[in-house]
Design a protein around this ligand. Structure first.
Ligand code: ITT
Length: 203
């Protein structure tokens, strides 16, 4: 089967590839493989709204295929769950990951937050070739480190310490993320549903 991933984020795509490359019958593509693709503005109020916007934008060009897209973000308890849906652009419309992380640490310092608890959320939307909509939601809980550590991953990985761990995701690396991350948990729900519907894909 062909599976189209509606993302322009190379870090996300690498994580999908690491898991899905185990299945030789699944051929993976992303919006970068569509020369005339233009992303639509992610102006939804919720993760689900934005996940639908992204997934529909690729589905409009690949109606006969499975298309998967997701919206994810970091919710920090001491910042009233910000940056949330604004995670990718927390420090400005074209902010780099390092700028978003710096803003996060600065805001936590300014607000003198009492708790460093945080969670990554991921809402994944899949449109099937029959145009059914499947929704998968998942969370990874943890804390925000007061300083940046590690070189792997993307986004807020250098400051996010998963529950039960002492290192950041950027230190734990992709092998850890594809087992335990918010994105991996949603992807596994999708794979299980696909296995129920099309066992031959995985036989
Ligand atoms: P697409 O919309 O093209 O998929 P994006 O980076 O804009 O790419 P989102 O709108 O879903 O994706 O924003 C999610 C942001 O949340 C992302 O840019 C990171 O800053 C952060 N994020 C999400 N998952 C993450 C993860 O696994 N590790 C670190 N940061 C993550």
């Amino acid at each position: 089967m062909d599976l189209w991933i509606a993302t322009g984020n190379k870090g996300k795509l690498e994580e999908y590839k690491l898991t899905l490359n185990k299945y030789p019958t699944v051929r993976l593509f992303s919006q970068a493989d569509l020369p005339s693709f233009t992303p639509r503005p992610e102006n939804g109020a919720t993760f689900l709204d934005n996940a639908r916007i992204k997934t529909k934008s690729v589905k409009a060009m690949k109606a006969a295929e499975y298309v998967l897209g997701e919206d994810s973000g970091l919710e920090v308890e001491g910042l009233n769950n910000l940056p949330g849906v604004h995670s990718a652009r927390y420090a400005g419309p074209h902010a780099r990951d390092s700028e978003n992380v710096a803003k996060l640490l600065k805001m936590m310092q300014i607000r003198n937050v009492a708790t460093r608890a945080a969670q990554f959320k991921c809402t994944t939307v899949v449109y099937t070739p029959e145009n059914e909509e499947w929704i998968f939601e998942s969370v990874m809980k943890g804390t925000i480190s007061p300083k940046v550590s590690g070189l792997m991953g993307f986004g807020y990985d250098p400051v996010f310490i998963p529950e039960g761990e002492t290192q950041t995701l950027a230190e734990l690396g992709p092998g850890y993320k594809i087992q335990k991350s918010h994105r991996a948990l949603a992807l596994n729900q999708f794979i299980n549903k696909l296995k129920e519907k099309n066992p031959e894909i995985f036989s």
